[in-house]
Design a protein around this ligand. Structure first.
Ligand SMILES: [Zn+2]
Length: 317
């Protein structure tokens, strides 16, 4: 016999549902906010954000102000995590959103991207010598800020989230190496790291939206797809061929912690002609793609930060 549910219980269920709906804010990252951030970071005013330059200093101030405006707290005493490159003082920018679970908040997930670029290029094209680094990596940097904004508004993460903008990546992953060593010395309980690189252009010929570097080192891609219920993150043989796993800041953390630390990207150099080129400019990017990718993967980061156990694990070598 079918169960007959009394009307008042039905009404109760529906009223509860609707009240939950109004309480939980819907936050969507828009293409225009991403374009605004990339446009500033990749503007000629910032002179290609070379480590130690005036331009990157301006970028850092901008990023700190963004984090502050979204009420993301500094992880250290200030947002600046200082280190030296060729005896010049430089710094990563580090914000934190503490987890809301008394136990799990002691476990950390790093969401990172490098905000430096290569500055003034020797290749001069149409009187332009500023390597603006829009895709590499104003795009990834903007995605980290966007996710910081999202999680600061939602505060639905049980684990703590570190939002890190790395300097001196282009000098050989120096910013990430510095921070990885520092956090290791602090004995941080790191779970995993998601690093964002060159997500400004889409693939046209793949059955996935983005790839993860070091695909076969951990189950991160498989888990993310499982969390999302679709094949969003794939394997790029080109990324494997060029060993892109070792070419970005995830690698410094992998080396220090031997944990699943990967880079997510939608560009493996086969779908963008302007890598480290003065024409890597704001107008080359597809902001609809960027917003869509970020909005798509956020639920996977949410699941990562809320799973009862650390489900993303390294494969045995
Ligand atoms: Zn890069």
């Amino acid at each position: 016999m079918r169960k007959i549910i009394p009307l008042f219980i039905l009404l109760l269920i529906f009223s509860c549902k609707s009240s939950v709906k109004t309480e939980s804010k819907t936050i969507t990252i828009t293409n225009s906010e991403l374009e605004t951030m990339v446009t500033y970071l990749a503007s000629d005013e910032l002179q290609g954000r070379n480590t130690g330059s005036e331009g990157i200093e301006k970028a850092a101030i901008y990023l700190e102000n963004q984090l502050k405006s979204y009420e993301v707290k500094p992880y250290f005493e200030t947002y600046k995590d200082h280190f030296k490159v060729d005896s010049i003082n430089v710094f990563n920018v580090v914000g934190v959103i503490e987890g809301n679970d008394p136990k799990l908040k002691n476990e950390y997930i790093i969401i990172g991207a490098h905000y430096d670029h290569i500055g003034i290029s020797k290749k001069i094209m149409d009187n332009d010598s500023i390597a603006n680094g829009a895709n590499d990596n104003a795009a990834g940097t903007s995605s980290v800020i966007a996710m910081a904004k999202y999680f600061s508004a939602k505060k639905n993460n049980k684990r703590s989230l570190l939002f890190v903008l790395f300097s001196a990546e282009e000098k050989g992953l120096l910013g990430s190496k510095h921070l990885a060593e520092k956090l290791k010395a602090e004995n941080i309980n790191l779970y995993t790291m998601v690093n964002m690189e060159m997500i400004g252009v889409p693939f046209k010929d793949r059955d996935y939206v983005a790839f993860v570097t070091g695909y076969d080192k951990s189950n991160m891609a498989i888990k993310m797809n499982e969390y999302l219920g679709s094949h969003v993150i794939g394997f790029s043989d080109i990324a494997k061929k060029y060993n892109l796993f070792r070419q970005s800041d995830n690698y410094a953390f992998y080396k220090e912690f031997n944990l699943p630390c990967h880079t997510i990207s939608s560009c493996d150099l086969s779908n963008y002609d302007y890598y480290h080129h003065v024409d890597d400019e704001t107008d080359k990017l597809d902001y609809n793609h960027m917003a869509s990718l970020i909005n798509t993967i956020i639920p996977a980061i949410e699941k990562m930060s809320n799973s009862l156990t650390k489900e993303i694990v390294m494969y045995e070598e």
